[in-house]
Structures are given as C-alpha cells and as structure tokens.
Design a binder for this molecule. Structure first.
Ligand code: UTP
Length: 489
C-alpha cells in the first residue's frame, strides 16, 4: 500500500494545484484556504471512482466551519456559568409532589394524545461502542424473559398508546449512515412490529469529520475522511432537512416525545410529561430523576443567568458539583435522562439556528486513520477528537421550559456497557423488579422470588392496567406477563 500511494506531502505547489485543482475546482480552494489541503495528499494515486467518492464526500463538508474549532470546543467545555442555581422541578407525588397536579397533567396529556397531535421520536444513530453489540443498539435483545429487542419493547409501548387513545402515534426513528440500512432491515424483518409501515418514519442524521489534536481532518482511507455521527443534537437539522418536520405538520402533529434508544424502562409518550408540557405551553419539557451521587454520569438540569441548561457531569465544577443543602440533599440533584417533550415550532426555529444553537463538543477518541504513507493505523491511545452536537444545547433558547421528576426505579435504567453498571444485566433486573412492583401494587400474588418477570408494555403500563384488565393472578395473563425461573430479580 505504501508503495502504491503518493504521500504527496510536499508536491510542487503548481503541479499539485494543476492535478487536484483542475478536477476539484472551487472545493480545492475552500479546503486549502481552511488549512485542510492535506486531504488531497493522495489524490494523484486515487482511482477515478475513489476521486468521485472523495469529491462527493467533500461536497457535504464546509471546511471554513472547522477553522478554530478546537478553540471553540475548549471554550465551551471551560465556560463559566454565572449565577448557577438548581432548576424548579415538578416533584413526583411519591417524593413530595402534588398528586392532584400529576393527575391534572395526565388528563391534559391524554387529551393531547387523543387529539392525535403526538409523535414519538427515538435517536438511534449512536455507534454503541461500549455495548459492543454487532448491530444497531435498538436491535439488542433486552427482555428479561422473552427475546424482545429494545425496538420491539418501544413498539409495544407505542401500540399501547395508540390503543388507549384511539389515534396513530407516528414513530420517527433517527438512524445514522452506519446504522440506517440495518435498522430499516430489522423493522422490515419484524413487520414493523405491527405498527403501520407508513407511520414509522426513518431519517438519518449527518456525519461530521473527525480531527486530530491540531484540528486537521483525519483520513480513514486515502480517499475518504474519517467521520462519525454528528451527535444526538444532529437530530434537529436532520428532522428539518429530511422533510420530517413538514410531514409532521401535514399530519397536524405539534408535540414530540423524544427519547434515547437505550433506556427500556422509559415511558414513551408519557401522558403526564406531555400534560405538563402542554399546560405550561412549553417549548421544551424534560424528565429528570434524582441523581445518586455527584459523580453519576448524567447531566444536571440547572439555571444560569435565568436560562435553563443541562450541564454535563464532566462540566459541573466544585463547589456546585457536590454542594448539599441543610437536609444533606444534593443541590444539583436533578439528573437529566434525555427524555423530552418538544414543540415542533421550536424545533423548526432551532433548525434554522443550528450553527449557533448547537455548537460542536469534542471528545478525545482512538480514531483509525491512514498515515502519511497511506497505511492504516489503529491507535492504542486517543489520537484525535470526535465532534458531536448535544440536543439539550437548545434548552437555553426555549422561551418556556417545564421539568418533571420521575422515579428512577420506574423509568431509568440505560444500557450503555456490555458488563457491570448500566449494562443489559442491570436493565433486565430493573425491568423485572419494576414488573414485580406493579404486580404487588395490583394485589396480585407474586411469582416466586428469583423468577424473572416481563410485562408486555402494550397492555400493562401501571398497576391500574392490571386491575382494569381484570388480572387477578399472573397465570391469567400468560401473554402479557412472562415468567422465567432462575433469575435474581
Ligand atoms: P450515547 O452517547 O450513549 O452513545 O448515546 P452510544 O452511541 O449509544 O454509545 P457509545 O457512547 O458509542 O458507547 C445516547 C443516545 O443518543 C443516540 C444513541 O443512539 C443513544 O440513543 N445518539 C448518539 C445518536 O442518535 N447519534 C449520535 O451521534 C450519538
């Protein structure tokens, strides 16, 4: 390989310009001017197809946007947050909140669902590196008893919403170029889990070049930039560019229930959350749980200079990070679980202001690339940055915000790692333990301790559903209450 490629590090300027400039035209100038001319260093050794592919890839990149990018990402990570204070939260009734307030919110949310104004939106474009599953994360089998995948569980919840409220709840599924084909295939193979095929709308987020520690684009191959998905914040531009926002407007949908693909406990389309959102006429509503400890890897919802924001756990500094009140509770206790309700008009505004509202954040990663000889390098240590946008960066721009507490044991158990904390084991145990609690609450005799329990969320979302379905013994509902012995839950 190294012999076949011309590293072209110092080609005579004229020759290089003639060779590359003639066929790249104005794109060549743009990259050179932005200090990224090295992306053409293998040009003379690329085949016609490789040149076409590189040309097409570079068309979608604005190199000027990357001038000074590392200074900006550093400034963002180190920004001061004046007057930092905790956000005001609608507390859960089990933790001191108003039951009447939650009941009223549920009614308002149910009315919104019955009016057909709600769609679900999952961001499923991540690379799932830590989980290491060979396929999109949503295809991971997570059911503690049945082999239900994350997507299947979510589809069941959406079918449940549709059945309860008598309206279609379209499901927007954001993929990325590396997960798109496999995700669509999975849905086809499972007949869209019984949902209307036309009501599942796929769209792909964009990709963004990876840079080295000097901010220079890395090449994954001599004729291809190394790229990664542009972060869950890519959802906003992608929703607009894909035409999904227009499609939602055509269907009369104004309210999106946004969530991440990897939290199987989450109540998608939660009427309570939607109800608080519509009652407050909010543009951005978010669900939080109480943080376990300051080091927990979730962002905190707070206010700075009168505006709401999410501070990443990596960003919040002392004394705020571990500050406690007179009762010993964390001051910044409200941990974001990336479950939001978003107003589509606000999203359209955010898309129009994407460059300003959604800055890139950088995280150091090991990025496979080619060296100057064109040979592949798989680094052992981080060698550059992946750049990502975070959806919650639009929060300070929302004119009205609502924040609602949920119970961790009911709604949050993400699947991030292959083993240990936040893994399939902990999520399955949480699903099973939650199912056991619902049975108990409904007065149903519990399966033997140690048995795994899995509920079908299409039918059972709370103890009241068990009562309404007239289920008195778990044996009465063998299809919606699955059991397996030998677990620990
Ligand atoms: P994470 O940040 O946990 O990343 O994504 P991940 O890709 O799932 O896993 P790692 O970090 O590579 O191990 C949180 C949510 O945001 C989505 C993911 O699919 C997940 O639902 N996401 C993340 C995107 O949709 N696009 C991205 O570019 C990044």
């Amino acid at each position: 390989m190294s012999q076949a490629r011309d590293p072209g590090q110092n080609p005579p300027a004229d020759a290089r310009e003639n060779a590359v400039g003639a066929s790249m035209g104005e794109a060549y100038e743009r990259f050179v001017e932005a200090g990224q001319g090295h992306v053409f260093r293998f040009w003379s050794s690329l085949s016609a197809e490789e040149r076409d592919a590189l040309r097409a890839q570079l068309e979608s990149v604005d190199p000027a946007r990357f001038v000074g990018i590392l200074d900006r990402t550093r400034a963002l990570a180190e920004r001061e947050l004046p007057d930092l204070e905790p956000a005001v939260v609608e507390r859960h009734p089990a933790r001191g909140g108003s039951q009447a307030g939650f009941d009223a919110a549920r009614e308002a949310g149910e009315a919104e669902l019955r009016a057909g104004r709600v769609a679900a939106l999952v961001v499923a474009g991540g690379q799932g590196t830590r989980l290491g599953h060979p396929g999109p994360k949503g295809t991971f089998p997570i059911g503690p008893v049945g082999p239900r995948s994350l997507f299947e569980l979510q589809a069941s919840r959406i079918r449940g919403l549709e059945r309860r409220h008598g309206r279609t709840v379209p499901w927007l599924v954001m993929t990325s170029p590396s997960t798109d084909a496999a995700t669509r295939r999975f849905f086809e193979e499972h007949d869209h889990f019984g949902l209307g095929k036309g009501d599942v709308l796929f769209f792909s987020q964009g990709e963004i070049p990876c840079v080295d520690f000097e901010g220079r684009f890395l090449l994954a191959e001599p004729g291809r930039l190394a790229t990664s998905p542009d972060g869950h914040g890519g959802v906003i531009g992608a929703l607009a560019r894909s035409g999904c926002l227009d499609a939602l407007a055509d269907r009369g949908i104004t309210t999106l229930s946004y969530y991440q693909v990897d939290n199987p406990l989450l109540r998608i389309g939660d009427p309570v959350l939607i109800g608080f959102h519509v009652s407050a006429n909010a543009e951005f509503t978010t669900k939080i749980v109480a943080k376990n400890d300051p080091a927990e890897r979730v962002g905190s919802i707070a206010r700075s200079e009168g505006r709401h924001l999410v501070i990443e756990y990596t960003e919040i500094r002392e004394p705020h990070r571990s500050a406690r009140d007179e009762d010993g509770e964390l001051v910044h206790w409200a941990g974001g679980i990336s479950a939001h309700v978003l107003d589509t008009g606000f999203l359209a505004r955010a898309a129009a202001n994407e460059a300003e509202w959604l800055p890139e954040h950088a995280s150091a990663k090991k990025i496979p690339h080619v060296d100057d000889a064109g040979d592949p390098v798989v680094p052992d240590e981080p060698n550059g940055y992946k750049l990502e946008r975070f959806v919650f960066d639009v929060l300070p721009h929302a004119s009205r915000v609502s924040i609602v507490e949920a119970l961790r044991e009911e709604e949050y158990s993400p699947v991030k790692n292959a083993l240990g904390g936040e893994s399939p084991d902990t999520a399955r145990a949480a699903l099973s333990a939650h199912a056991r609690r619902l049975l108990r609450e409904a007065g149903i005799e519990e399966p033997p301790p140690g048995d795994w329990i899995e509920l079908d969320p299409e039918w059972i979302d709370g103890a009241e559903d068990l009562r309404a379905l007239g289920i008195r013994r778990y044996e009465d509902a063998p299809r919606s209450i699955l059991l397996a012995s030998g677990g620990t839950a």
